[in-house]
Write a protein that binds this ligand. Sequence first.
Ligand SMILES: [Zn+2]
Length: 559
Amino acid sequence: MSAAVEDLTDQAEMTTLDPAAAWQQHASPTDLLTAGIKQDSLGMCEAVCLQHPEALHGRDSTDQATPAHWCALLGNVGILEWLAKQGSPMTDVVVSSGMQPIHWACTRGHTEVVKLLLRLGASIDAIDIKHTTPLVIAAQYDHTLLVFYLIKARADHTILDDCRDTALHWAAYKGNVHTVGLLHYLGLAADTLDAFGSSPLHLATAQGAVGVVEYFLESTEADALLDLQDQKGRTALDVARERNHVHVQRLIERTKPRWHQRLIECFMGKAGEKVMFIFFWVNSWLTYATYYLMLAPAVGGFYQHVAYLAANAGMYFCFVTASITECGLVPTGGKQQAEYEKALTMAANGNMEEASMLPLCHTCHVVRPLRSKHCGVQKRCVSCFDHFCPYVNNTMGARNYKYFILFMAFGLVGVSMTAAACVQYLMLVGRNKWIVFQLCDYLVFTAFGLTMNGYHAHLVLHNLTTNEHINKSRYHYLKDDVGRFRNPFDAGYVNNVIDFWTRARTIEANPYHYTQLYQGRQPDARPPETPASPSLSCDEDDELIGSKNDVEAGGRAAN
Ligand SMILES: [Zn+2]
């Protein structure tokens, strides 16, 4: 079904029919009308139909589609309205696929065309030969807002295709994590089984769609979904193993660890993060023993040792504070959820442009504040998300990043003082293998500390987060009109440091501080356009795994 549409799409893009050449080739009148539509030329369409009124009711010779199909595919509302006035059919099907113009419009996410076709008499629940509805097609092609529009316009989401798949099955199979989140939120059951006994989780697993699998594993139904078996008696974990999707397999195993995995986790952490933590502690305490038993009695003065002690005390205080302070989770529920639903309703009412300016998180059900990111570890959106630190074992965000910076600064003083004391010892007392080893160890730490402190100082001075710095090309607000990097929050070194230092309070008072700051500074108070509204995605960094080119209704279940 959809494979056919993709072929047509290619043709629409690649074969720009030259009208003069077409005349010469004795193309049919409908071919000429189609050529006019592809060139977005109402004048040409009118000219063709003046001479050949029958063109309005014919089919093009290659795809056997009506003129309305082409308008729907190309999103040409103006010509479609004109065609309707001329009496051209709006609901005829392409015989080979059973698809109406409304189906074609859904492959491209043309909400305006869908609305017009519905006004012109198309059925919102029209089915093609594979029993696929417009809603299912919109879900397949990840047109999240169109999916919402169709459901709000009362599309019947209980209609199953000929493999008994729902829109949620398809979105999961295609790895469309935002559409999955929305459909699930709108009430489509995640435990529905299709003709092969596959749940949406089975299909996402079979495709190695990491984002969707993560979404289901984070849901409250995770345990029940993991127990579901398909007709061959396989759970999602079995499918992951069979298909050799190692990453997905690990994700599932981590959600439902066996006893020996739990034991390993106990010592190493879920992602091995405790190894670094343990290394840090063991290394530190070995060094303290060395410092106070060997170095301090032999070299250095009172103030040197007090300074060393103070630097270490500061480091530990900041380490613990960064580790236990809540990172700056974006509030959910209540007002936030109401705003989220308002944005969705705006889209459903057809105000797509307005709605697409609001970045939504379909997992947290919030309008995401600027500079925030959905954190996979916290399972929540985090204000001014910086990074997840395995060392500190916490996410660094608006509320605790400054403690992380101080931790590194004190740490650098501590490690470089250790290295200095080792040098003093070797010069004054003489050679000692253990001290040489400690010196090497701490020279490495000093180099590492200098690099890390330098990098983060640079970020603070330029008012950037690590995430923004690494992914700057993905954020519309970090670009100027011609797409060059431009940081709207950079207000000079002094102001940037003040902003960094007071961020926890700022965000607590107003989670949308940076959104409002940005909008206030924009000349026309609107973010630059982004193609296909990626701003609507929960997270620009999410991996959307799953090929867009393998949609073939039926025969694609996890078998
Ligand atoms: Zn979120």
